[in-house]
Design a protein around this ligand. Structure first.
Ligand code: ZN
Length: 363
């Protein structure tokens, strides 16, 4: 199996698991998941792993494989084969789900990373891609306005929504907002980290972003949400638009603090942030929040659009925290990027460079 096929198998499985986690009523059956499992079964057959095939139905696949790191899926397979696939970027992917009680599961941030990488056609049916397409029809200013509103309001009161709708006066924007938000389930709290809903299952906490619950939030002091007056972003919009958006707004604010001009999502969202120094030098920034550096490397490797953006410097920027968790994070990405045109750095490194450049500018 070539790397492209291997990637396609993992992407299908990740999209399928996401669909299933989202809403079991709406997606009682995920064609992506069964497509991915079938590819895995075919691979096992081709490699003479008959024991893998016995009882490989969906539920068994989720507990026996999806809940384990990808490299463990191939434990005991022929050495020649595992040596080959161990060189693929996505071979380094961790477990895709965490198992809960009563046959439930939650997708991991690593699974969310893979969903983030998938092309529109595979992910199209899911909410946020649909909203994204509706947004693309807006003029550039309106596009920026509605995207900024979404990033700044993971939870939103009816009054704030009304006020925003009145301010825009464009029915297309109303439809986008209507599509982006949903009712809040009862017994929800505000996540102290990302601002979306946090729910409790016994003493276990759950937010759309697994890393929000890793630091064990103080359950006693969570703010209970008034569910009659508030709406929340739908899961996909929160996960794939709002969470990375926080880093984007942060970079914008810091660049402005150093006296630069900025534009969010310029050229119809060709990239995330355009930074313009006083001497008119332009830097282009694409913010990335992938947990797994190999998943990001896989995503940026083929991103020729960003490498050709007209700018003096181009950066994929990750949160500093990622590099603290994994020292070689940027190196893994930089190894697949063309040195001259685009680099992967952390937000902290970017801020230091902007500051230096802005100071040179003023002297
Ligand atoms: Zn959260």
């Amino acid at each position: 199996m070539e790397e492209l096929g291997f990637d396609r198998m993992l992407y299908s499985i990740a999209v399928g698991l996401y669909e299933k986690e989202q809403c079991t009523d709406k997606y009682p059956y995920s064609s992506y998941l069964s497509y991915g499992i079938n590819m895995f079964a075919a691979l096992a057959l081709k490699n003479g792993q008959k024991d893998v095939l016995s009882g490989l139905h969906e539920a068994a696949f989720i507990t026996d494989y999806a809940a384990k790191p990808v490299k463990e899926w191939f434990a005991g397979w022929k050495k020649e084969f595992t040596e080959k696939i161990s060189k693929y970027q996505l071979f380094q992917t961790g477990a895709l789900v965490i198992l809960g009680e009563n046959q439930t599961f939650y997708i991991t941030d690593e699974c969310a990373d893979l969903n983030d990488n998938t092309e529109n056609d595979m992910f199209n049916a899911l909410t946020q891609k649909h909203i994204y397409q509706m947004m693309k029809m807006l003029d550039p200013d309106q596009y920026t306005s509605v995207r900024k509103f979404i990033v700044e309001h993971p939870i939103c009161s009816e009054k704030e929504i009304r006020k925003y709708k009145m301010k825009c006066g464009n029915p297309d924007i109303w439809n986008i907002i209507k599509e982006a938000y949903e009712d809040i389930p009862s017994d929800s709290y505000r996540c102290p980290k990302c601002g979306w809903t946090m729910r409790l299952y016994g003493v276990q906490t759950y937010c759309c972003n697994r890393s929000c619950t890793e630091e064990h939030p103080d359950i006693e002091h969570l703010e209970k949400l008034d569910v009659t007056d508030n709406m929340r972003l739908k899961h996909g919009v929160m996960r794939y638009m709002c969470l990375p958006g926080k880093l984007e707004l942060d970079i914008k604010a810091r660049a402005e603090k150093y006296g630069c001009k900025t534009a969010l999502w310029p050229e119809r969202d060709r990239y995330d942030i355009k930074i313009i120094f006083k001497n008119e030098e332009i830097w282009a920034v694409d913010a990335k929040t992938h947990l797994n550096p190999y998943a990001l490397a896989e995503s940026v490797r083929s991103d020729r659009a960003f490498a050709s953006v007209p700018a003096a410097k181009r950066f994929f920027v990750i949160p500093e925290k990622r590099k603290q968790e994994r020292k070689d994070y940027c190196d893994i990405c930089n190894a697949v990027l063309p040195t001259e045109t685009v680099r992967c750095i952390t937000d902290r490194e970017l801020f230091r460079m902007i500051k230096k450049e802005a100071e040179n500018d003023n002297s």
